[in-house]
Design a binder for this molecule. Sequence first.
Ligand code: 3EB
Length: 333
Amino acid sequence: MSALGVLWPQGLDQALPQDLPADQVLGELRFGKDVLRDAGLPCVLVRVPTLLPEQPWRAVWWSGTQVTAGQHGAVSYRHDGHMLFGAVRVDEAEFAPSSEASALQQAAEQAYREIFAALQLAGYPGLFRVWNFIPAINRIDEGIERYRQFNIGRQLAFAACGQALTGRVPAASALGVTDGALEIGFIATRCEMLAVENPRQVSAYHYPQRYGPRSPTFSRAAVARHDGQDVLFISGTASIVGHESLHHDDVEAQTAETLTNIEMVLDESARLLGSERTAPDALACLAYVRAAGDLPRVRLQVQRVLGGDARVCYVEADVCRAELKVEIEASGG
Ligand code: 3EB
């Protein structure tokens, strides 16, 4: 039987397949300050401090069947006939900034153009879930924050590749790393797919201009039905209500607001699917904490809402608005 699973750090994932065969691995996200790439595998390096578990760890995406590998431009991918995992790394140092477009904007546009070209060749029309890791995400260069530069390039690529800019757009996370290249990981599918929004948040693709000249292109969650089973990805979620960041100086309140948003997305997803709501303890979560010293306060709120047995990993990373101290993403069935 084919499946999409994630091998989460040991002890956090009960559904760990014993002796996962190497030819059933789709790809990996590797978290840790000094992690290295495995050239034989689509591999996203996230060189940030890991807080919990403290050792470097990986999220290994696997299939229940044998996978096929492919490469297109800078994109390397593996797929199993239903799901595809890909990784792309683009160094903005390869681009000359101009008055028209910063180097990071050009790198983002190229990365996404290559993703869509690879997906077209591989026959995977549906971009399902994306992880974006952006060097110095909050730095202001040439008068514009780098996250906003990234958003311009991403949206230009979606438009140029004939992709929708609203509605059926992928779930995503966007985090900051200290340095290096733009690193993007993604999952695409041939399965039926649904995008989910959060009723208490303005859709990110409708954020007003004050958050940047081009809005971010992502949905609050995406669901795909695979072998009669739903695969759910909740995007990176933060303390935003409407389009405003709340609780600027209070990490505990930000975490509580974030978890309320995640619960709203779970409700909305169940409503759209006409199915039962996914229990929060059935989720595998990843929390990005801006300041390592905030870990105890974030964890306390997470355990209060999700329960002490919740499967949550914590890393230190910058969040895409300077005032946000925490962002949490989740996946589940
Ligand atoms: C937000 O809700 C917080 O640009 O891909 C979360 C998830 C955020 C994804 C993205 C940004 C992105 O606006 C930031």
